[in-house]
Design a protein around this ligand. Structure first.
Ligand SMILES: [Zn+2]
Ligand SMILES: [Zn+2]
Length: 366
């Protein structure tokens, strides 16, 4: 079938809207009519070249839609299911899956980073030449083919834009609080970054009943949404951010500090906002090959714990439906995260808005 998609050709050039050919789903694969896809920073890492990837490719990994057709052997979903797409599918059989760490599953890592389906080939093409699938999902398109392991059915009452965010920002942020760090009631929490992931951390911290939730961002325009998500204070980042966090936490620093951006210099600053004995959680994705200089002298003497959190330590088959149900019963007001919607052919505008920092999360709706 012919589909419209946003194609990425090479770093530092805009997406081009093209007509591509999408082949039928093969064994274990699912054809999805896209409902919505989020405008996430991880796709931008492709655009800048920070994440190397075969091209041309279709990006977009924070997606939701309706199962349109299934290939042979598909037993996890049925035609008509509403699904959230999982960009780190888990096999259920490898060492990590069997040891309760499915977000670290290693089975699919190689084909995913090769930009193909699990058999090493693409379903997307243009004039008989292959077009690669970012994250084996390629959501910036009217239709996508994904391995069934990437498709998690959820309640059909959840709107597609909310479902899309559950596929990345929400699970990454709320999971970092509940499943990576296990934040306790009455804790103090500081969150650097008030985009989709940072605000989801704020929502998670409120759900965990943290007593003080300090949201930090480089732009003041995020104040209102951060406070509505549950932040008790909002700080515009400047040279005094660490001092201000300490003064809000009796001079000690916060029990938990989350970095939701993935910038090494910010990760380094965050360590100083953690109280002795407290925990730094790195939840933002840094560019491949970057490194962060965290002083061992302080980490040891002050017994600070540093945790990486990837995809919110998720078990997606359980967590996606759970976060969806917490949205439906109004426990998690995920609507607050979506500040703007776009059509697919406005994708470059959507990324320009994201880079300006004014939007919490933009979503493309089909
Ligand atoms: Zn993402
Ligand atoms: Zn596995």
């Amino acid at each position: 079938m012919n589909i419209k998609a946003a194609v990425f050709y090479k770093p530092n050039t805009p997406f081009q809207i093209e007509t591509l050919q999408l082949a039928d789903p093969r064994v274990g694969e699912v054809l999805i009519k896209m409902g919505s896809v989020g405008v996430c920073h991880s796709d931008w890492h492709l655009m800048t070249g920070a994440t190397p990837h075969p091209t041309p490719c279709v990006a977009g990994h924070e997606g939701s839609g309706i199962v349109q057709e299934v290939g042979a052997g598909v037993d996890r979903v049925r035609v008509g299911d509403h699904v959230v797409l999982n960009w780190a599918p888990n096999c259920g059989n490898c060492y990590y899956c069997l040891h309760d760490r499915p977000s670290l599953c290693e089975t699919f890592v190689k084909p995913i980073w090769a930009g193909t389906m699990m058999d090493g080939t693409t379903r997307l093409s243009m004039n008989d030449r292959p077009v690669f699938h970012f994250s084996s999902l390629a959501c910036f398109a009217e239709y996508a083919i994904a391995p069934q392991e990437c498709c998690v059915p959820i309640n059909k009452r959840v709107p597609f834009p909310i479902a899309a965010l559950i596929g990345c920002a929400v699970t990454t942020g709320i999971g970092a609080v509940l499943k990576t760090a296990h934040v306790e009631r009455d804790s103090s929490v500081a969150v650097y970054g008030s985009g989709g992931v940072g605000l989801s951390i704020v929502l998670g911290a409120r759900y965990a009943r943290a007593s003080r939730i300090i949201a930090v961002d480089r732009v003041a325009s995020k104040r209102d949404v951060a406070l509505r998500c549950g932040a008790t204070e909002f700080l515009v980042a400047d040279g005094s951010t660490v001092d201000r966090i300490r003064s809000l936490t009796e001079g000690r620093g916060a029990d938990y500090v989350f970095e939701a951006i993935g910038i090494p210099a910010v990760q380094e600053e965050c360590l100083h906002a953690v109280r002795p004995g407290g925990t730094l959680v790195l939840a933002g994705i840094s560019p491949v090959g970057s490194s962060t200089n965290l002083p061992g002298a302080i980490v040891t003497r002050q017994e600070k714990t540093i945790m990486g959190s990837y995809y919110g330590t998720a078990n997606t088959a359980v967590d996606f439906p759970r976060y969806a149900d917490l949205y439906l019963d109004r426990t998690l007001p995920l609507d607050l995260l979506i500040s703007k919607t776009y059509a697919l052919d406005q994708i470059n505008e959507a990324y320009a808005d994201m880079l300006k920092g004014d939007v919490a999360r933009g979503v493309v709706v089909f």
